[in-house]
Design a protein around this ligand. Structure first.
Ligand code: PGA
Length: 256
């Protein structure tokens, strides 16, 4: 059975004081049970201090972006080996905000994915369609293009140490969550796409849902057969909201 991953993407939010309160709220009330994992992804300047706050807890640390290069003259960039050095186990790559606002291409995202793995960090590859793409019936093509860029450059075996997050762009930060059925359809498609090349591996890959996931809708999404967790934006910034999703994850694993 696949473990559930509940990952908080803090985006460009946080401060030394706020992070202390948020992390102590989370680590003091991690739900009992097994079969799920919690992860927080703060902005770069806070990674080292949040690593300290998390030490001894069951909550893992990740980053929100990474350079495709390992070192050198890349002003303003952060390499995967640096993320590893400060205690990151995961990094988000290809979030739709980076694709849309910073013009990251699928090829560049694939290079970031590989850079993370080379440094021993698990990439969380984000894929997802815009509302216009969904309405024009091209959701699967969009997802395939984003997925294939990584499959073509890294190979299907690379997904043995990677996570995928399906995040419909129209659901991110809008309060418009995909229905469990809409999300399940795409998750199933993603798994089938990987299964064309390696069915055993495809069955093991964690596929998270992201886009206005919160305590109230988490259980309905997490009980779908191909939804293995969540990538949470807004609701990861308040301990109680994040913990409500963690509780749904613990419950969902127990029920399955
Ligand atoms: P949201 O963000 O939960 O605020 O919709 C999700 C994400 O962007 O990862």
């Amino acid at each position: 059975m696949r473990e559930i991953l509940v990952a908080g993407n803090w985006k460009m939010n946080g401060s030394t004081t706020a992070n202390k309160a948020l992390i102590s709220g989370i680590v003091s009330a991690v739900p009992e049970g097994s079969g799920f994992r919690l992860l927080v992804c703060p902005p770069f300047p806070f990674l080292a201090s949040v690593a300290n706050l998390l030490s001894g807890s069951k909550v893992a640390l990740g980053a929100q972006n990474v350079s495709e290069h390992d070192s050198g003259a890349f002003t303003g960039e952060t390499s995967a080996s640096m993320l590893k050095d400060v205690g990151c186990e995961y990094v988000i790559v290809g979030h739709s905000e980076r694709r849309a606002m910073y013009a990251e291409t699928s090829v560049q995202v694939a290079a970031k994915f590989q850079a993370a793995q080379t440094a021993g960090i698990i990439p969380i590859l984000c894929v997802g369609e815009t509302l216009a793409q969904r309405e024009s019936g091209t959701t699967q093509e969009v997802i395939d293009e984003q997925l294939d860029a990584v499959l073509d450059s890294a190979g299907v075996e690379a997904f043995a140490t990677a996570v995928i997050a399906y995040e419909p762009v129209w659901a991110i930060g809008t309060g418009m969550t995909a229905t469990p059925e809409q999300a399940q359809d795409v998750h199933k498609h993603i798994r089938a796409r990987l299964a064309e090349q390696n069915a055993v591996l495809a069955d093991k890959v964690q596929i998270l849902y992201g886009g206005s996931m919160k305590g109230e809708n988490a259980a309905g999404l997490l009980c779908m057969p191909d939804i293995d967790g969540g990538l949470i934006g807004g609701a990861s910034l308040k301990a109680n909201d994040f913990l409500a999703i963690a509780k749904a994850a613990a419950q969902s694993y127990t029920n399955s």
